[in-house]
Design a binder for this molecule. Structure first.
Ligand code: PNW
Length: 478
């Protein structure tokens, strides 16, 4: 990529920060909330690296006011957060919990007063446990339950919300939750994972319909996908075939139905040993393919693959337990992922900003007229608190120097600016994350925040990356 001094973003470009309910809220037993599958998953010894859970997290349930003030200080125009389904519909009877609705109304009202636009994710993985007891995402009925939940929420929150996002990263739900088992509900069963893919797609379509039925055609609706940027290790035909196989199962299973109303024939063929796709009933595609106002893209890194001799399927572990080494996606017997290279982030992920640029350009070419929004991008590093430097009074005399997070942000924003200059239709960028938070199976051990959380005291401590982001947001350039 070209090395320039100055990059300017389009007028009206949306800068934001992102979080998700289970990762920041806490208040797990307050306001009528019942358990989600993540509460259950965290309670099983060995599932979470540091044996932690979401009971308190960043205490956002009580501290949203203070954190909205932080966003004001950052100068961001938007906040992407998610609603906890078990706060809104805590019991199997389907009744709406007014306390849950009121909590999000308060958050939305404070955001409005702060001039920050809410981008609301309707499902960021915290499924009510009672729905898992009925089969979870592997049970088709869940798509209808999801549609009912969205309809009630859209009715209750109405025009307070700027953009509605049906699902966050259905890839993770299907393949980590039901394929690999390293996410809740901890199931390792490829047939269920593919069925789950379809039910997530169906839920997405019903969710879009529900929002528009409640709020009219002017409602802004989106979905956020973590599209995998897979690179072939070489241009040999077998390696290209491995890349294609990975793309089909990771990305095309969502992009095809949601945006083009079909599953690619090659997907059906590749997975024929696992499922016959009879769960894809006639009429489903008409529900799933809905016009979208925005496509959310989460981007962190790339993966290199090459062809290998067919590997025997790694036997699934006992249900509920992760199977180490198991490929999260089915039908990858001839696909081998290479070990990442270069300086890896604390997640063990590579840093390849060109992947973001390529992905955005590819999507804009394939879906002309569909605005894209980078709904997550960021990096985890082990940070340290310094008391040395800052003269800025709002940092309270403490600061985290996180040069690697600043550098990651810079190269990815350059890649974003490059993509936009080359014609990608990108309308916003959200830093993951506003705060350090509960990083799923890795607990609190991985820090993605541009603002630090001291989990002993719940103190928020600025990082250099937060101050840097503040400069960029305020200038709409860097
Ligand atoms: C995303 N992977 O998760 C989520 O949307 C966030 O909640 C999360 O905190 C963030 O990225 C950082 O991890 C992912 O294994 C989890 O490829 C795992 C993967 C991708 C995304």
């Amino acid at each position: 990529m070209e090395n320039r001094e100055h990059y300017t973003f389009p007028d009206n470009f949306t800068w934001g920060t992102a979080t998700a309910s289970f990762q920041v809220e806490g208040g797990a037993h307050e306001g009528g909330r019942t358990d989600s599958i993540w509460d259950t998953y965290c309670a099983v010894p060995g599932n979470i690296l540091d044996s932690s859970n979401g009971d308190v997290a960043c205490d956002e349930y009580h501290r949203y006011g203070q954190d909205i003030d932080l966003m004001k200080e950052l100068g961001v125009g938007a906040y992407r957060f998610s609603v906890a389904w078990p706060r809104i519909v805590p019991q199997a009877d389907g009744k709406i919990n007014q306390q849950g609705v009121d909590y999000y109304k308060k958050v939305l009202d404070d955001l409005r007063d702060a001039g920050i636009k809410p981008v609301v994710t309707l499902y960021h993985w915290d499924l009510p446990q009672y729905l898992q007891n009925a089969g979870g995402w592997a049970n088709r009925d869940i798509a209808m339950r999801y549609g009912d939940y969205v309809s009630s929420l859209a009715h209750a929150l109405g025009d307070r919300v700027e953009v509605w996002t049906t699902l966050n990263e259905p890839w993770c739900t299907a393949y980590l939750g039901y394929g690999n088992g390293c996410h809740a509900p901890g199931i390792s069963d490829y047939a269920q994972a593919l069925e789950t893919v379809h039910h997530l797609n169906l839920a997405h379509g019903l969710g879009v319909q529900a929002v528009r039925a409640e709020l009219g055609e002017s409602a802004q609706v989106s979905v956020t996908l973590n599209l995998q940027v897979t690179r072939a290790a070489s241009s040999a035909a077998e390696d290209l075939a491995a890349k294609e196989r990975a793309d089909l199962i990771a990305n095309e299973v969502f992009l095809g139905p949601m945006l083009e109303g079909r599953y690619d024939e090659r997907i059906i063929k590749a997975t024929s040993g696992i499922t016959d796709w009879s769960f894809n009933r006639s009429g489903d595609m008409e529900i799933i393919q809905q016009p979208l106002n925005v496509l959310g893209v989460n981007y962190y890194s790339t993966v290199y693959v090459r062809a290998c001799d067919p590997q025997p399927e790694i036997a699934p572990g006992p249900s509920g337990r992760p199977t180490p080494g198991r490929n999260p996606m089915p039908a990858q017997e001839r696909v081998e992922s290479l070990a990442p290279t270069g300086e890896l982030t604390d997640m063990g992920w590579n840093q390849e900003p060109e992947g973001l640029r390529d992905l955005l350009l590819e999507l804009s070419e394939r879906f002309p007229g569909l605005p894209l929004m980078v709904t997550e991008n960021g990096s985890a590093w082990q940070d340290n608190v310094s008391t040395d430097s800052s003269s800025l009074n709002f940092t309270n005399g403490k600061i985290v120097h996180d040069p690697k997070r600043v550098a990651y942000m810079d190269v990815h924003l350059k890649a974003l600016a490059d993509a936009i200059e080359s014609g990608a239709n990108v309308v916003g960028y959200f830093a993951w994350s506003l705060l350090d938070n509960f990083e799923w199976s890795l607990g609190y051990s991985k820090r993605f925040g541009i603002i630090r959380v001291d989990y002993e005291t719940q103190e928020r401590i600025w990082k250099d990356s937060g101050l840097h982001f503040r400069e960029i947001v305020r200038a709409n350039a860097f």
